[in-house]
Write a protein that binds this ligand. Structure first.
Ligand SMILES: [Zn+2]
Ligand SMILES: [Zn+2]
Length: 373
């Protein structure tokens, strides 16, 4: 690869004396919906360098190497500022790639020390992600490869920041389920660990390209699609409507998602106690069907129902098939909350404690809501 030598970034940095201050010779623009993690990897590849060496030698201000920490969540504004001048990318554009940009929508402020609500956990172990923190849509990836950076030495796809969101399970453009692990070997998505080939974007363990990941369509399930479209709408608009809140007028997204996250916890608990009963009374068999299809396509052999019923892990740590079931059940409760409580208050023992236990936001208003039911 002769071009590597010509554009060698490491040589360029040496010429510019200090790595800390060197500005990239040309800018690689982030995509509008790209995640910061993906963007940093693409920049490294554009200059023919492995993501690990790039972050280690060129971005010491981050303080960690790629794979050691969740860049998307942990990056602070000063670091974004430093990166934006090095990358010749303006601050706002770069800020938008970080999950910090969901402040005031999914959560108030990012906090590195805890699992962020509705941000899937990467579970970093020795620079490898072992969780289900990243998901991909095989068709979006195909499209992104066709539009990859022309000047780049190594062509690469890109990952969307929305793919980190725990309830973002279906691609709105292609109506496909997002894939959270390799169907061949079961490895988590570790974009930074791929092989340096002509193009980048394959399973780090077995080399299967993300573009060859299974395409599982949700088109036969319009009801399920509608649920997801509603949630994505709230994410986009920054507010959402629930008939029983604020007199049917929109509420802020952060309140909407805060309440939704609370009901995820409630749904997980109720599923553990009441099992099949809940699935039957909420008529959620369709979601079981699609979750089973997901397992089959990914070669996952497990008794889906019993793994969901036993589940004690936080939602952000679960694989797609389990999140699908829990989210659908939770959404039924969330949307028809008043009716649900009225019908099942006694039978399911829906006390204030059960319904609103850990939810710190606007407790009075919730207690009010419960009182009026
Ligand atoms: Zn897609
Ligand atoms: Zn694999």
């Amino acid at each position: 690869m002769g071009r590597v030598a010509k554009y060698s970034l490491l040589r360029y940095i040496r010429q510019n004396k200090t790595a800390n201050k060197a500005i990239l010779p040309y800018s690689v623009a982030p995509y509008e919906d790209e995640s910061l993690y993906s963007y940093i990897i693409r920049v490294a590849l554009a200059f023919g360098i492995s993501p690990g060496s790039f972050v280690h030698s060129y971005l010491p201000e981050i303080g960690y190497n790629i794979g050691e920490i969740d860049f998307d969540v942990s990056i602070d504004e000063n670091q974004i500022k430093a990166l934006s001048s090095k990358f010749r990318t303006d601050f706002k554009t770069l800020y938008k790639t970080s999950l910090r940009s969901f402040s005031g929508i999914l959560f108030e402020k990012p906090n590195v020390k805890t699992t962020m609500p509705f941000i899937d956990a990467l579970r970093e172990v020795n620079t490898i992600f072992t969780g289900f923190g990243y998901k991909v849509c095989p068709l979006c990836i195909k499209e992104s490869l066709n539009n990859s950076e022309r000047k780049a030495i190594i062509k690469s796809l890109y990952l969307k920041k929305f793919w980190r969101i725990s309830f973002y399970l279906i691609c709105p453009e292609h109506q496909l389920l997002l894939i959270d692990r390799c169907p061949e070997c079961g490895a988590s998505i570790n974009f930074h660990k791929g092989y340096l080939q002509e193009t980048f974007g394959a399973c780090y363990r077995c080399g299967l390209f993300y573009t060859d990941f299974p395409q599982i369509s949700c088109k036969p399930y319009p009801e399920i699609l509608k649920t997801f479209q509603t949630l994505y709408g709230v994410l986009r608009q920054g507010n959402g409507v629930l008939s029983y809140l604020n007199g049917g007028r929109p509420v802020k997204a952060v309140v909407y998602f805060g309440l939704l996250r609370n009901f995820v916890r409630v749904a997980q608990r109720l599923l553990r106690i009441h099992k099949d009963y809940l699935i039957k009374c909420l008529k959620t068999e369709d979601i079981l069907e699609i979750a089973q299809k997901y397992c089959d396509e990914l070669g996952v052999k497990k008794e889906l129902k019993s793994s969901v019923f036993k589940n004690k892990k936080r939602f952000e740590y679960l694989p797609v098939e389990e999140k699908l079931i829990i989210l659908k059940i939770c959404y039924n409760i969330f949307e028809n909350f008043k009716k649900f409580v009225k019908t099942y208050k006694k039978e399911l023992r829906l006390t204030r404690e059960v319904l609103f236990k850990h939810w710190s936001g606007q407790v009075n208003f919730l207690l009010d809501l419960h009182g009026r039911l």
